[in-house]
Design a protein around this ligand. Structure first.
Ligand SMILES: [Zn+2]
Length: 40
């Protein structure tokens, strides 16, 4: 699972999809920022 942050509604969510869609507002593409896991 990769984490994504939605710049439109500012929610964080997880998705395995190559082209994830925000579950809250439906944003996709450049509106989503992939989050790198910082904790090991
Ligand atoms: Zn959103």
């Amino acid at each position: 699972m990769a984490k994504y942050f939605c710049n439109v509604c500012e929610v964080e969510f997880e998705s395995d999809d190559e082209n994830p869609v925000c579950p809250v507002c439906g944003a996709s593409g450049d509106d989503l920022v992939k989050q790198e896991d910082e904790a090991e």
